[in-house]
Design a protein around this ligand. Structure first.
Ligand code: PGA
Length: 243
């Protein structure tokens, strides 16, 4: 894995935004895989600013988000779909018919997961996947477990994951669903390029395990060691000792 350490989270966000907009300029109908959470917010802010500065055309870009809460609809402000609308889609002009998203309110959740896998395949696969990492080493809603799912699936969320999402539900952890739908590890690892971003000292241990530890289902991000070209962007606070 290629590791770059930035002075701070804003410098990291700016560099990643420049890289993504460069990729869109080279490939206007690129398929992006996108994360939610606190970490990507400076990245989305930089994408909004740089899109305006460079007049980047997003009209052909296609997107697939990593995950969504079960039982939460796109119109619920706590949903990841609503987060993406606020942070990116609305501001840069992603064509909504090009937005791929898991529907946490689907009647048949297993069928919804199958539909998502087929939609990603039909789009030609994900060209560039941006990922965050949980303090517990999760990727998307692939939480540490005795076994991981390869494909998009229904997942139970750890208490810490629910707590870190409380802001989306008026700060009330009890309001955060305890299940989600998530791309699986193989769905993620099939992306042609993968960029993982981590900032802040609460991520250092997970980053260390991901980079240096054994590949283990107890730290799902460690599976990124299997990707032929994973890129890791860190701020100084998230950097392990020797990285
Ligand atoms: P965070 O979440 O950016 O809110 O810390 C990251 C993740 O869980 O992937």
């Amino acid at each position: 894995m290629t590791i770059t350490v930035f002075h701070d989270a804003d410098a990291l966000a700016h560099e990643l935004a420049v890289r993504v907009l460069g990729a869109i300029a080279r490939q206007p109908s690129i398929v992006l895989g996108l994360p939610t959470g606190r970490t990507p917010q400076p990245f989305y802010a930089a994408l909004r600013a740089q899109t305006e500065a460079r007049r980047t055309d997003w009209s052909q870009v296609r997107t697939f988000n990593l995950d969504e809460f079960v039982g939460v609809g796109a119109d619920d402000p706590g949903s990841y779909r609503a987060y993406m609308e606020r942070e990116l889609f609305g501001a840069v002009g992603v064509a909504r018919q090009h937005v791929g998203f898991l529907d946490g309110r689907a009647v048949d959740l297993a069928a919804e997961c199958e539909r998502y896998e087929r939609a990603i395949t039909a789009a030609g696969g994900i060209d560039l996947m941006v990922l965050g990492i949980g303090a517990n080493g999760h990727i998307g809603f692939n939480e540490p477990a005795p076994g991981l799912h390869a494909r998009t699936h229904r997942a139970r969320l750890e208490a810490g994951t629910r707590a870190s999402n409380a802001d989306l539900f008026d700060g009330d952890v009890a309001g955060v669903p305890d299940e989600g739908l998530s791309m699986g590890m193989a769905t993620i690892l099939r992306a042609r390029s993968v960029v993982l971003i981590a900032t802040g000292e609460e991520k250092t241990a997970a980053v260390e395990g991901m980079l240096r530890g054994p590949i283990t289902t107890r730290l799902p991000a460690s599976f990124l060691q299997l990707h032929p070209a994973a890129v890791v962007l860190l701020d100084r606070a998230a950097r392990p000792m020797e990285a």
